[in-house]
Design a protein around this ligand. Sequence first.
Ligand code: LLP
Length: 386
Amino acid sequence: MFDPNLTRQLEGVETPFYYYDLDLLKRTLETVKAAAEKRNFHIHYAYKANYNERILHWINAYGFGADCVSGNEVKKAIEIGVHPDKIAFAGVGKTDKEIRYALQQEIFSFNVESPEELLVIGELAVQEQRTARIALRINPNVDAQTHHYITTGLDENKFGIMPGDLPECIAVAKANPYLELHGIHFHIGSQILEMNVFKSLCIKVNEWNRWFEEHGIYLRTLNVGGGLGVDYKQPDEFPLPDFDAYFSVFEQFLEKRPNQEVHFEIGRAIVAQCGTLISKALYIKKGIKKHFVILDAGMTELMRPALYQAYHAIENISAKTGAVQLHYDIVGPICESSDSFGKEVLLPEVHRGDLLAIRTAGAYGEVMSSRYNLRDEIRHYFKETD
Ligand code: LLP
């Protein structure tokens, strides 16, 4: 829970805003770094989860690379100071302009998603007279057992190369001296809490690793993507995901060859917990069947509940101790019925002007915000002790 001193500080800040606890972010980064380093794993932070510059600054300061999904994210990583050798560029729809830019920056890896894309990267590499280091993203057909909107590694998904297309990709890579095939890449989905899913992924990666060997290709890198989930239900009890348990699955089940590097692209698990959306109760509206708390934040600031029915813990951080507990539907001001943060939420009685904290909103929160209804730009408040 928020400490009361903090609530007092926040009371003067114009709402709604994202509150980022940079102390917690640093603690998370230390934990991930220690857990990865002892296994010699390489981490690329997935920029799509949150590209707030103060957050990126610290992620880079701890030495993490970048996993980017647009030319602008690659550019942002370069501006933040990430060494191009640590930048991976994924995505099913890379434009010529984005590919040229990334070639000029000599990034670590293009994670290629189709034979058609590989041909284009090859042609542009020749034109630019630069080597394109490539990893083939394979669709492994592993069920991530998560929300279907954030599942990416099934046959029916648009992501990755279908196994049947791999021989063609290898032929294209071999025929073009400007293409350097260094690895294979996988990403099966996000918010994965079941560690067995990662074990299934390892088994698939091993199969493909062997398949490439049998085809006379030695892979320098295995990139297993991201996807580690966080505890949205009990943000105080489990403030950090169990990175050790996660990495140890790969340590145990991934059959890497002596000189092979293992790469990860972690987004949510690094930033989710350090972000909270703070919003003010504008009105307590007594409907016929229920009470609504109408907030000054809506789906424009945090879209996850409206888009995926995602759960975020909500607290009334202005509540007085001993206040009566009531059920509320917590909604925003946007002209859409899906503009809701939670139904039948039990909270200490809410009064107009109270601050509500919508927790674990640091990943895929601010980055997915919009100006729909011509809303204000997102505001921020950072907690940083040193
Ligand atoms: N690598 C690739 C290729 C990805 O597509 C993603 C996420 C990641 C890494 C990072 O995954 P993470 O560690 O954050 O799970 N907007 C959704 C999540 C979309 C995830 C997209 N890809 C949400 O709010 O839940």
